[in-house]
Each structure stands twice: as C-alpha cells, then as structure tokens.
Design a protein around this ligand. Structure first.
Ligand SMILES: [Zn+2]
Length: 201
C-alpha cells in the first residue's frame, strides 16, 4: 500500500500546499472524515487532480473502514435469552441496517473517485488494485446487511404480528422481540417483557 500511495499521489505544488498537506495531517490523527472533507473541497477547485481523486478514494475507504469497525462494537442484535427464546432488538437492528447503508454510500463515493482515476490511468496496476479493495469491502458489507435484513423481514411473516403473551401488535422495528419455537414447532413471537413475565411464573 505504501508504494501504491506514493505512485498515485500526483499533485501540483499548489494542491499539495493547500489541500494534501492539511488532509494528511488530519489523517495522521486518524481524523479521516475531516481529511476527506479537505480533499473533496480541493476537488471542487481542481476537479482533474489525480492526487486529490486518489486521496478522496483512499480517505473514503478509511472512513468506511472505521465505521464498519465501530459496528462490530455494537451490542449484539440477536441474543439467546433462555427458555428457548431468541431476542432480537428491533430498534438496534434498524439502526444497524441504516449504518450499513451509510457505509455502503461512503464506499460508493470512494469508488466513483477511483473510477475517474481509472479512466485516466486505464493500465495502472495500483489503481486497479485499490479499486479491488473497495469492491471487496462493499460486497462483504452488502452480503452481511442482506442477511440481517432477510432475517429481520422474514420473522414477522413466519411468526405473525401479535404477541403470544398479551395478544397485542408487535412493532418489529422498534421493540425488543423474542422468538421461540412452540411445541408443535411453529415460530412464536413475544414482546420481551411479556416473555420474561411468563417465564417467571
Ligand atoms: Zn406482549
């Protein structure tokens, strides 16, 4: 990466002085969103700058990478809670899916920048390689969020919209919901509170 970095960082002294150096300083403090903002502003003034295009893609990738690392420190959205129940935190799931979407959007912008760079450097191995990194990360995130989304969307269809305990409606994308297999192996849904008070009795 270090090598590719130097190859791809083609800038005029002016671009370097006004944007690149400032952005790199932010990046050194792991402040990638600000670094990204600086080079994006730079591109408004110098739209054809290859160095700034590369940095936009690079910092975009770093922003997305940081965001996806933060996702792994989220509380678990699906958790076994005993008595055969599996708890899904609906609000957290919805929030997580939004977060996935933010990351994918950030990567798409990085990809636009790298595509522009590839048009001017169709034979550059470094550019192609970097585009590969971004593509791979985006595919991975797409798959991960798709599988959460599928589970999330399928559950109400399988378990219905009513709580087995209080018989009231369940709001899957805001409430904590417990799923459990009944004795005849149908999928039941409960409000977390209703499930817990039944389990106690
Ligand atoms: Zn209930």
């Amino acid at each position: 990466m270090e090598n590719a970095f130097n190859v791809l960082l083609k800038c005029t002294p002016e671009e370097k002085k006004h944007f690149v150096e400032r952005a790199m300083q932010e990046a050194q403090n792991s402040n990638f969103p600000t670094a990204l903002e600086i080079v994006t502003n730079g591109l408004d003034a110098h739209p054809a700058s290859e160095g700034l295009l590369f940095l936009k893609a690079y910092f975009g990738y770093k922003v997305a990478d940081t965001m996806s690392n933060e996702l792994s420190s989220y509380p678990r959205i699906i958790e076994p809670i005993g008595n055969g129940g599996l708890m899904i935190d609906g609000a957290m799931t919805a929030q997580m899916l939004n977060r996935f979407q933010d990351i994918v959007n950030t990567l798409s912008e990085a990809e636009e920048a790298i595509n522009e760079l590839l048009q001017v450097n169709p034979k550059s191995k470094e550019v192609a390689e970097f585009k590969g990194y971004i593509d791979q990360k985006r595919q991975h995130l797409d798959q991960e969020s798709e599988s959460i989304r599928a589970t999330f969307n399928k559950s109400p269809q399988l378990a219905g919209n009513f709580c087995m305990g209080c018989q009231r409606t369940i709001s899957y994308d805001t409430q904590k919901v417990v799923f459990r297999r009944s004795a005849d192996s149908r999928l039941e849904a409960w409000h977390l509170g209703c499930f817990q008070s039944t389990a106690k009795n």
